[in-house]
Write a new protein. Structure first.
Length: 133
């Protein structure tokens, strides 16, 4: 069925035909749920071993990816990260009065970690790649 012929109740949130080249050969698909309590700062700056697609299911997330301006993702918003060398700078709960949750599908080689923290030194060296707030 094409996108225009989907049964009632099925909706395509986002299509990205330009990203398949980031999926490593032999990759597995991982479904990951991240739940952030009120005001939770999330994981420190990090990289992912492969690309991921996400969908905010609850609350609001302050999201910053290297090379892109920080933005607020609300329930119903979708996101994409290429993984690899690009640093995920922030993914915190933007609200102090409710939890936030995002569901991700990540493509990565078997046995690789979900995320790899980035040192403060490397983050400082790549500061020129950030988009100011």
């Amino acid at each position: 069925m094409s996108a225009g012929q989907l049964p009632p109740g099925i909706e395509i949130i986002e299509t990205r035909a330009d990203v398949t080249h980031w999926i490593p050969a032999g990759a597995e698909a991982r479904s990951v749920r991240v739940t952030l309590g009120p005001g939770d700062p999330g994981a420190p700056p990090h990289r992912h071993p492969g690309p991921l697609f996400g969908y905010v299911t609850e609350g609001e997330i302050l999201f910053e990816l290297e090379g892109h301006a920080p933005r607020i993702l609300k329930a119903g918003d979708a996101l994409f990260e290429p993984g690899g060398d690009v640093i995920h700078i922030e993914g915190s709960n933007n609200r102090t009065d409710q939890q936030a949750q995002i569901v991700l599908t990540m493509f990565a080689l078997p046995g690789t970690p979900v995320l790899v923290p980035v040192s403060a030194e490397e983050l400082a060296e790549r500061k020129h790649l950030r988009v100011s707030r």
